[in-house]
Structures are given as structure tokens and as C-alpha cells.
Design a protein around this ligand. Structure first.
Ligand SMILES: Nc1ncnc2c1ncn2[C@@H]1O[C@H](COP(=O)(O)OP(=O)(O)OP(=O)(O)O)[C@@H](O)[C@H]1O
Length: 311
């Protein structure tokens, strides 16, 4: 069965739990990635992002819950299933003496038996090199590539089998701004061109906003927010902080309508208002607050406005 082509979600987990020894790391994660969707998994260090991805890739056995990737339980995934996944790890430093084209040709051969008329495998090496902008480095020895080129090769390696699902673990760490922008374009192109479903982890909120159709925030072993960047931004950055001094005292008011509030302040206190500042909280501020609250145990459930976004 070619699950990705008949409406089955690329990734679906229900009540996914993971316990290392006596420590619960995932407390019931319901994650859904549709075909051709780009989803960014965000969360602080130790939130369980890599654990989740490793379970989905079939590298780690979960403690409990239901998991399907391309309709298959990763614990039972065979070679044919594995050939439909692309994996880009945090850093891969092998094969330094190989040449770029040589390595991609070599890895591609593994996928050949798993091609279908709709999805020929492997990717044609020249096309792949062009896609990741490495055509002019095709004959270079891998050890001589720059950091950004090396990372693009990592992505090409993940794509060699023309995967239905691509996992990217912190793909742009160490990129300069230009390389980062090019990489974002590449990911968007892939999702559009090849209907590849992409699950990526990142610590960079800006990157998640730019790249993802949906952002999923993991904290305290649970999904605490799940929605499109636009929906999250709208829900999370509604309030503004109005800061001012009055009679020598500093005030900070969190309000929805900053302009109206300032108008009222001046109407009431006139020239007694000094040092006025208005600051609209952005997604990053709210993300930080949310994560800190979960980590300190002050909050155990997603706030209602985020639960709504998740729907
Ligand atoms: N093999 C293991 N044995 C015991 N504990 C583990 C193991 N692997 C991970 N952990 C713990 O599980 C928790 C989640 O780790 P994980 O690597 O999944 O988080 P992460 O969100 O990917 O973090 P980072 O952003 O730092 O990569 C951490 O507390 C980590 O110490």
C-alpha cells in the first residue's frame, strides 16, 4: 500500500508516551502531519523533540501510544517503508574523502528497487545537485566543502531516495543568513514540487514562522500549541505593554488596545505621564513565557486560547 498517496496522513501519533527509566519524557503527544505539509517542532532543550523524531523514524521504541508513519507502525517498518523516509541528522561528518556526485550516486543505488511510476527512485543525481545548488561542486572532495555546502549535501543525502517524508533535525544550525535564506527556499520548493511531508526541529522561531505550514510547540512532554504561524502570531501577540512613569513611579500595563489606553492615560493624567513606551509582545516573548511556565510546573495544561488554535 502506498499510504501517502491515498489520503493517509504522513505522520499520526495518538497518546504517544516515552519513559526513560523512571523519567517520563513524552506525556501523550498527538501529532499530525498531512501529505505535503511542512511542520516545525519547537521546544526548549530536553523537551523531547529528538526522542519524538527518533520514534517516528523507527530508531527508538516508544513506551506506549499509537504511531503511524505513512500508515505503518515504525516498530514494524520494513526496508520498503524505510526507503520512503529521508533523514537529515544534526551533523554527519562521514565520507570526507568521497566526491559529492560519487556519494550521491552510491547512496541512490540503494533506493532503486523501491521506485514507483509516480515516484521514481533514486533522485537523478544531476537534478538533485541542482536542487541543492551544488552542481558546481559535483566533483569536489567532500572534505573541501564549506560548512553551508556540507549541510546542503546532508540535505541532498536525505533526499536521494525521493522521500515521501523528510525529517530535518535542526537543519540550519551554523548557517549564515544567506545560506539560511537559500535553505528555506529549498524546503518550500520541495514541499511544493514533490509533495514531500517535512517535519523539522528548530530552536529558531523566526525560521519556524517562515518555513512551516504549522508550528507545534512541545514543552513539559506535551504539545502546548499547534497552529499555523499566522494563527499563533495572532493569538499569542494580541496584548501590548504600555510602560510609563507617573508621579515618579514606573507602571507597566498589559492591554489589547494600546492606542485607546494611551489616549485615556493622557486624558486622565495629562502632563504627569512621562517616559511612555509601547511594546507589542511577539511570538518569541509568548513562547518563552509559555515554556518557562511549563518548565517551572506553574502550568500543566495548554492555555485555552492555544487549545483553540490547535483545533
Ligand atoms: N537514551 C536516553 N536515556 C535517558 N534519557 C534520555 C535519553 N535520551 C534522551 N533522554 C532525556 O530525555 C529528554 C528529552 O531529550 P531529547 O533529546 O528528546 O530532547 P530535545 O527536545 O531533542 O532536546 P534538544 O533541543 O536539546 O535537542 C532529556 O531530558 C534527555 O536527557
Amino acid at each position: 500500500m502506498n499510504a501517502g498517496e491515498n489520503g493517509t496522513p504522513a505522520i499520526a501519533t495518538r497518546d504517544l508516551r516515552m519513559r526513560y527509566g523512571t523519567v517520563d519524557v513524552l506525556h501523550g503527544v498527538d501529532l499530525h502531519v498531512g501529505q505535503g505539509e511542512v511542520v516545525a517542532l519547537l521546544g526548549p532543550n530536553g523537551a523531547g523533540k529528538t526522542t519524538t523524531i527518533e520514534i517516528l523514524e523507527g530508531f527508538r521504541r516508544r513506551s506506549s501510544g499509537d504511531v503511524r508513519v505513512l500508515g505503518v507502525d515504525p516498530d514494524d517498518g520494513d526496508e520498503a517503508w524505510r526507503a520512503r523516509l529521508g533523514i537529515v541528522l544534526q551533523s554527519w561528518r562521514d565520507h570526507g574523502r568521497w566526491r559529492v556526485r560519487e556519494l550521491l550516486d552510491h547512496l541512490g543505488r540503494y533506493y532503486a528497487p523501491y521506485g514507483t511510476p509516480q515516484r521514481p527512485r533514486p533522485y537523478d543525481t544531476d537534478e538533485l545537485l541542482e536542487l541543492v545548488a551544488l552542481s558546481d561542486r559535483a566533483d569536489a572532495v567532500i572534505a573541501t566543502l564549506s560548512g553551508g555546502q556540507r549541510r546542503r549535501l546532508d540535505v541532498a543525502i536525505g533526499l536521494a531516495g525521493r522521500p515521501d517524508v523528510l525529517f530535518l533535525d535542526e537543519p540550519t544550525v551554523g548557517f549564515d543568513p544567506q545560506a539560511r535564506r537559500e535553505f528555506h527556499e529549498l524546503v518550500r520548493r520541495l514541499a511544493g514540487l514533490e509533495a514531500t511531508s517535512i517535519l523539522l526541529t528548530t530552536h529558531d522561531l523566526d525560521e519556524a514562522e517562515r518555513l512551516a505550514d504549522r508550528i507545534v510547540i512541545l514543552a513539559g512532554g506535551r504539545i502546548v500549541a499547534d497552529g499555523s504561524p499566522a494563527a499563533l502570531t495572532e493569538q499569542l501577540s494580541g496584548k501590548a505593554e504600555v510602560r510609563y512613569s507617573k508621579d515618579g513611579e514606573r507602571h507597566v500595563d498589559a492591554v489589547e488596545d494600546a492606542t485607546g489606553h494611551v489616549r485615556e492615560l493622557f486624558a486622565k493624567y495629562g502632563e504627569n505621564i512621562h517616559d511612555l513606551e509601547i511594546r507589542r509582545s511577539n511570538v518569541e516573548d509568548v513562547y518563552m513565557t509559555l515554556v518557562q511556565e511549563f518548565e517551572s510546573g506553574r502550568r500543566t495544561e495548554a492555555p485555552s486560547e492555544l487549545a483553540e488554535v490547535a483545533r
